[in-house]
Design a protein around this ligand. Structure first.
Ligand code: ACO
Length: 410
């Protein structure tokens, strides 16, 4: 029987999601998680592939707005819930869904698409590049000390109910979105993701706790959400699992980390999905015993290349012609002139002038948020400089002073 791909109807969601769970191995999600993701699913932009009555393929998209260098929010399709039934793998089902989805995203006018990949090797062939990395730290807090900046002692910490303190914590999040590229501005319903706390997610740890940091005037300056996992071996050696830590100034940042490091009966603080330039790296007395590790996080694709490049700002004047390869979305293929003038105005237009740089859309996606430099891509042979001097100029202009960061999965 021929496979049929069609847009999801709301009443098909359960079958569609059961299929997705199976594609990921078949362990059922908690009812809380399932309910949340059902409420966040946008059926009109979710695809199902059907073999008779059986769902064998799924791909969804969320309507995000993502911060980019300069602070603008760019409409971005958040590609999600991708799965192909184990019986139907390696027959091109994913490829057909990616084709349809990118065509739909283009028609809908979102200049970029983003995703987090279950396996880092899947999406490069569809033009996605790795635009952000995530830092994980596992700190031995029996050995590692914090050097806190002046003002830390003036920060007041208050334990708060995660649900009740959500509105004030969301204010902090919203302020950070404008400061750091790669962050999705909160869309209605997404704030609930931070509070998701089913027993199954705790792995023996406590329910989610929240500590709020306030300045002397009572203004909120940050918060951390965390769980404590009791461990007793030769004495108490519990683990503090940090879910979120967002703060607006150095004193609040240090006060929150100091609090987490100092929780009695614990010996480890573990924080995953942190920015790669997390200030914690500079607060700790021993970075090695903080066991940093890095992995790919947000994969990004330019869907409408000129609109995407014009939507961000650049750190220096620039006039560069790029020869871009994009076999999967050929409307982006060819030669583009990107100009950022002395006043900061940006234009990206087609040109017949000789190219200065040559690269694939995937590598342009990797560099788009300013975290991966064009120079580092060139060192790997992925960007080729055709006119001397243009690589350094473009690399400086694209780079972001603040590392791009995706604070949560989707
Ligand atoms: C954004 C997200 O939701 S990420 C979640 C992705 N989903 C999962 O990981 C769930 C488990 N895996 C699956 O459901 C499937 O194996 C998928 C979705 C990864 C791939 O689906 P398929 O229909 O088998 O892919 P398809 O047949 O279109 O393969 C296209 C190409 O990608 C390659 N490919 C497919 N899966 C992988 C993988 N996991 N790693 C590397 N390459 C892969 C194929 O070999 C093929 O390469 P080719 O064109 O050179 O022959």
């Amino acid at each position: 029987m021929a496979l049929e791909m069609r847009v999801l109807q709301s009443d098909e969601w359960d079958v569609w999601y059961d299929h997705l769970e199976l594609a990921f191995g078949g362990v059922p999600e908690s009812p809380q998680e399932r309910e949340l993701y059902e409420s966040l699913t946008e059926p009109g932009r979710s695809l199902g592939v059907w073999d008779g009555g059986a769902c064998v393929g799924s791909a969804g998209a969320f309507s995000f707005r993502l911060s980019v260098p300069g602070g603008a929010l760019v409409p971005a399709a958040g590609v999600t819930m991708v799965g192909v039934a184990p019986t139907h793998r390696r027959r091109g089902v994913l490829t057909s869904m990616m084709r349809r989805q990118l065509d739909d995203i283009r028609a809908g006018g979102e200049p970029i698409a983003v995703l987090t990949a279950s396996e880092a090797a899947i999406y490069g062939r569809f033009g996605y590049g790795i635009a952000t990395y995530a830092l994980s730290l596992t700190v031995d807090t029996t050995r590692v000390r914090l050097a806190v900046p002046p003002g830390t002692d003036e920060v007041r910490l208050r334990l708060a109910d995660p649900q009740k303190s959500l509105p004030e914590c969301e204010q902090v999040y919203a302020e950070l979105v404008a400061r750091r590229p790669g962050m999705p501005a909160r869309q209605p319903g997404w704030e609930r993701l931070s509070l998701l706390d089913p027993e199954a997610m705790r792995e023996g740890a406590s329910p989610l706790k929240c500590v709020v940091a306030e300045r002397a005037d009572g203004e909120i300056a940050g918060y951390a959400r965390y769980r404590v996992k009791p461990v007793y071996e030769h004495g108490w050696e519990g683990k503090v699992e940090v879910a979120d830590l967002d703060a607006l100034d150095p004193a609040a940042t240090a006060a929150l980390w100091r609090y987490l490091f100092g929780i009695d009966l614990t010996a480890t603080v573990r924080a995953g999905r942190r920015p790669v330039d997390d200030p914690l790296l500079h607060l700790v007395s021993d970075v090695r015993r903080s066991r940093p590790s890095v992995r790919d996080s947000l994969h990004l694709r330019l869907v409408d290349l000129p609109a995407a490049l014009e939507a961000r700002s650049y750190g220096a004047p620039l006039d560069v012609v790029m020869e871009v390869e994009d076999a999967f979305c050929p409307w982006n293929e060819g030669r583009w002139r990107l100009v950022r003038d002395a006043q900061g105005a940006v234009g990206c237009t087609r040109t017949a002038d000789p190219a200065d740089l040559e690269l694939s859309v995937r590598d342009l996606g990797a560099a788009y948020l300013g975290g991966t430099t064009l120079t580092s891509l060139a060192a790997a042979g992925r960007v080729r400089e055709l006119r001397p001097g243009t690589l350094a100029e473009a690399s400086r202009a694209f780079a972001s002073d603040v590392a791009p960061w995706l604070p949560h999965g989707f």
